[in-house]
Design a protein around this ligand. Sequence first.
Ligand SMILES: [Zn+2]
Length: 147
Amino acid sequence: MSTLNEVGERDAWRCWLGDEPVDPDAYVNADRSPSVDSGASPKGKKAAAGTERLAHRACNTRKGAVKPIVAWSPELFVVEPAPIVSTVERLTRKGDREVVARCPSRRDAEQAAVWLLDRLSRFAPELAVTAQVEAGGGQFLLVLRAV
Ligand SMILES: [Zn+2]
């Protein structure tokens, strides 16, 4: 078990699920107050020691049976975006590559790629992936590849 301060420092006081800042001094019972999320990993299993993450009290997956959900930014133009948590879980387990979204233009796909790699650098810092844009069928595919 790490202390709240240790986990908070490691995650730079940012919620691992909502990707928004966490105020270390928020009132302790507030929804937005900091908490250690130790009951969920991307695999949905009990997290091993050292994989505790910082979450808002209201976002903390320990509180319910639901699998953690990481949302795509609403500012992206993506069609059929893949669920981020299970994509990370598969790429961690099997490697290889996955199509994670379709985009109407190359520029949309490139913006989504930049956003996704930045998001994953905090959500799953242990996962090494590259993002590629592939043209196909009049659309542009965003592909993640484990390296
Ligand atoms: Zn949160």
